[in-house]
Design a protein around this ligand. Structure first.
Ligand code: MN
Ligand code: MN
Length: 291
């Protein structure tokens, strides 16, 4: 890896870590989702960096892909388990990191995903199979009486690439990609009191552009204009700033111009925790960029 690329990964990681920790401290009963999300996203831009994706704020059985909607009136409530997942990028080099805030009595559930993440990080070195990292995750979570979410995984990162190879499973799959020096990837264990698989809700707040084909409807063209600087990275409905543009989103998804990311949830009434770090594989282990 070139020195300047390494430096961008490290700078993005340090920044993401600090902003995520500060943001998590602001979560308490009565705080507005919208105010929290906007204040964290603004902080990234104020530091001269950019967002790799909208700040994900997913509550309780929702594992991923929720964020504040335009005019969102939701506030944190007693008992909530809140996942904050932040992506910071510098020239497209991404730091992807997540933590969970507990407003109830779920410290063991939070320990399950954070200890799973640490165990997997300790196992990273060249020559190890991704499946072995998944086995480390699964063991830590199941030993505390919870389930890992089997159909959510860690993933490789590249310039302006949020989900590339290798896939890092959250269960011991056996085999999988062989870890190599210089790889950059995120490990993100999810622990749940539910069934251990997520499904899609109808709620959609996050989208990304997947095709450059010309768009006929004017509102659709306005959306593509507004998100041009994303270079294919995800954006939020909230970022469009004009509610009337929302109407064009389903048409752009149907035509294959945009990809939608529905909220991913375990069964109703379950609780999900998540912890995530981004790392660079070295000759004998790894450097975690998002500490
Ligand atoms: Mn993430
Ligand atoms: Mn990730």
């Amino acid at each position: 890896m070139k020195d300047d690329v390494f430096d961008k990964y490290r700078t993005a990681g340090t920044l993401a870590s600090r902003i995520l920790k500060d943001g998590a401290k602001e979560i308490r009963v009565g705080v507005s989702y919208l105010e929290l999300v906007e204040s964290i996203e603004t902080r990234v831009k104020d530091e001269g960096a950019a967002l790799a994706f909208p700040l994900n704020l997913s509550l309780n059985e929702d594992a991923a892909h929720d964020t504040a909607a335009p005019g969102d009136e939701r506030v944190f409530r007693k008992g909530d388990v809140a996942k904050l997942d932040l992506g910071v990028q510098i020239d497209g080099y991404i730091a992807d990191t997540a933590t969970t805030v507990d407003l109830g009595n779920n410290s063991l559930l939070l320990d399950a995903s954070s200890e799973a993440l640490e165990a997997a990080i300790r196992a990273v070195k060249p020559g190890v199979n991704a499946g072995a990292l998944g086995a480390a995750v699964q063991k830590e979570i199941e030993s505390r009486g919870y389930r890992p979410i089997a159909n959510l995984t860690g993933h490789g990162l590249g310039q302006y690439l949020q989900h590339g190879p290798p896939t890092i499973p959250n269960i011991g799959t056996g085999g999988g990609a062989v870890i190599e020096e210089g790889m950059v990837f995120a490990i993100e264990p999810f622990a749940t009191t539910g069934c251990g698989r997520v499904g899609e809700k109808s709620r959609m707040e996050i989208y990304s552009q997947i095709s450059d084909r010309p768009v006929r409807i004017p509102a659709g063209r306005t959306i593509l204009e507004k998100i041009r600087d994303r270079q294919g990275l995800p954006f939020s409905r909230r970022w469009l700033g004009e509610r009337k543009l929302d109407l064009a989103l389903p048409a752009l998804v149907r035509s294959g111009t945009l990809h939608a990311y529905p909220v991913l949830s375990d069964i109703a009434g379950s609780l999900v925790s998540q912890h995530e770090h981004t790392l660079i594989v070295t000759g004998d282990g790894c450097i975690v960029t998002t500490r």
